[in-house]
Design a protein around this ligand. Structure first.
Ligand code: GLN
Length: 254
């Protein structure tokens, strides 16, 4: 299982968020504290962030471990942003080890990460894949469950679903056809949406901002656990958490 983190708030450096905290994503790549599946996260990493005045994020991704990339350490020290989404990867067996499979995935203003795995991949998702326009399948970023999940989420976003609804809907749709762990993380640079669906998720506020992460990056106060089977929306002033709807039990207008 991977570990991931998103932040929105006043500008912070990538190092402030990822490598300076005692148990930040950098340390979590070899010593995660709450990871339920897998041990190290050495099969790639990625960071997406937004430059001032540009709604389309930049990405830095590599197929190797974050601790081995001295150039990234330098970039992280001098790069600041109001919004960041980052992940370290433990590749699910049988899935491509390439850089293209390292989150975050991106499209327009969006950055997306998936922590988990789909059981029975790829056969189990054939029926959901068939619901996508062929162009979405032809432009999948990588041969990995996360890339197809991102395509399904993106289809919902493009149809106008709010971010949290898109994530909850895709998690519910996948669970209606197969099992799996489906912790998603999504940002457009101003708000964060996330699911807790099979693995750990927590959040905390910082002055003027909010962090959503697989696990706390320090032992300080203020971290809150998100209950399993929840979808979260966070801005720098508000956090909302609600259950992921169970398929077939959605409220219908009477
Ligand atoms: N299944 C995804 C992959 O192979 C995510 C893996 C994970 O969460 N460890 O990249």
């Amino acid at each position: 299982m991977c570990r991931h983190l998103a932040y929105v708030g006043p500008p912070l450096s990538l190092a402030d968020l990822l490598s300076s905290p005692a148990h930040g994503l950098f340390t979590q790549s070899w010593a995660p504290r709450r990871q339920r599946h897998g041990t190290v996260n050495a099969d790639g990493f990625g960071v997406g962030w937004y430059a001032e005045g540009d709604p389309v994020p930049a990405r830095y991704r590599r197929a190797g471990p974050i601790w081995a990339d001295r150039s990234f350490a330098d970039v992280a020290r001098v790069t600041s942003s109001r919004a960041v989404l980052a992940a370290v990867r433990s590749a699910t067996s049988g899935m491509t080890p390439e850089e293209s499979a390292a989150a975050p995935y991106a499209h327009g203003p969006w950055l997306f990460s998936h922590n988990g795995r789909v059981e029975g991949w790829p056969d189990a998702l054939e029926i959901l894949a068939a619901s996508l326009p062929p162009a979405r399948l032809l432009t999948l970023e990588a041969q990995v469950d996360s890339a197809l999940l991102w395509a399904l989420v993106l289809e919902r976003l493009t149809a106008g679903d709010p971010a949290a609804d898109a994530l909850a809907r895709v998690a519910a749709d996948v669970r209606s056809v197969t099992g799996g762990r489906l912790n998603f993380l999504l940002t457009n640079g101003t708000s964060i949406a996330a699911t807790a669906a099979g693995d750990t998720l927590c959040w905390r506020t910082v002055p003027g901002g909010v962090i959503v992460a697989s696990e706390p990056f320090d032992d300080g106060p203020g971290w809150h656990d998100v209950p399993d089977n929840s979808v979260l929306t966070a801005t720098n002033s508000h956090v909302d958490i609600r259950p992921i709807p169970v398929p077939g039990k959605e409220q219908t207008p009477s």
